[in-house]
Design a protein around this ligand. Structure first.
Ligand code: COA
Length: 172
């Protein structure tokens, strides 16, 4: 294993199952930091891969997947709201399997994601990250995202505690 064996490509319908497994493995079950609208604490809201496959076929964004041979080890995605005055911007997120973290995989993924967003003519990417999520904040800052503000009490943790998040913006 090593960064040299990792490739990145656009995800396609049919990758749903691999992506779910990857998302589940990027969470340690007691995470207080990650803002993930699809999975939390290894529990998927939509229970099956078909939901992800359907989203991948919708063409309202892009998902980039990192692969170690056939194993999905990380992903970065953005979603656009096409029919509105916010159609020039997209919300994004990023996740890497625990055993593959800190090897530059998210850097590779989000770099590819930014390139893809530019190619689609987007003008702005946004992300939201818990104020204590050092890995995510470092990654974002490194790739040109700026902290634009704080959402107070934006996350409710499993223990009921409320946590603030940063709004991160990347002008393209
Ligand atoms: C955030 C995440 C995707 C980073 O993935 P990764 O592949 O480990 O990131 P990279 O190896 O490309 O590292 C990116 C930068 O962050 C730094 N970094 C990575 N993990 C870190 C950590 N735990 N603490 C501090 N800095 C960290 C790296 O050193 C690197 O900065 P550098 O180039 O200046 O050294 C990964 O930690 C993850 O999946 N976390 C759980 C899911 C999550 O929180 N997603 C974000 C939702 S808002």
């Amino acid at each position: 294993m090593g960064i040299m064996t990792i490739s990145v490509r656009k995800a396609v319908p049919g990758d749903g199952k691999a992506i779910i497994e990857c998302l589940n493995d990027s969470c340690n079950g007691s995470c207080n930091e990650c803002v993930n609208k699809y999975a939390c604490n290894n529990k998927f809201f939509p229970q099956d891969a078909m939901f992800i496959d359907k989203k991948l076929s919708m063409n309202n964004g892009s998902t980039i997947v990192a692969l170690d041979k056939d194993l999905a080890v990380g992903l970065a995605l953005f979603t656009v709201n096409k029919f509105s005055k916010t159609r020039h911007r997209a919300e994004c997120g990023w996740f890497v399997r625990k055993s593959y973290m800190k090897q530059g995989i998210a850097t590779k993924l989000v770099t590819a994601l930014i390139k893809e967003a530019k190619k689609k003519g987007l003008k702005r990417l946004e992300a939201e990250s818990a104020v204590g999520n050092e890995a995510s904040l470092r990654l974002a800052e490194k790739l040109g995202f700026k902290k634009e503000g704080i959402k107070q009490k934006a996350l409710m943790l499993d223990n009921g505690k409320l946590e603030d998040t940063f709004i991160l913006g990347r002008i393209l």
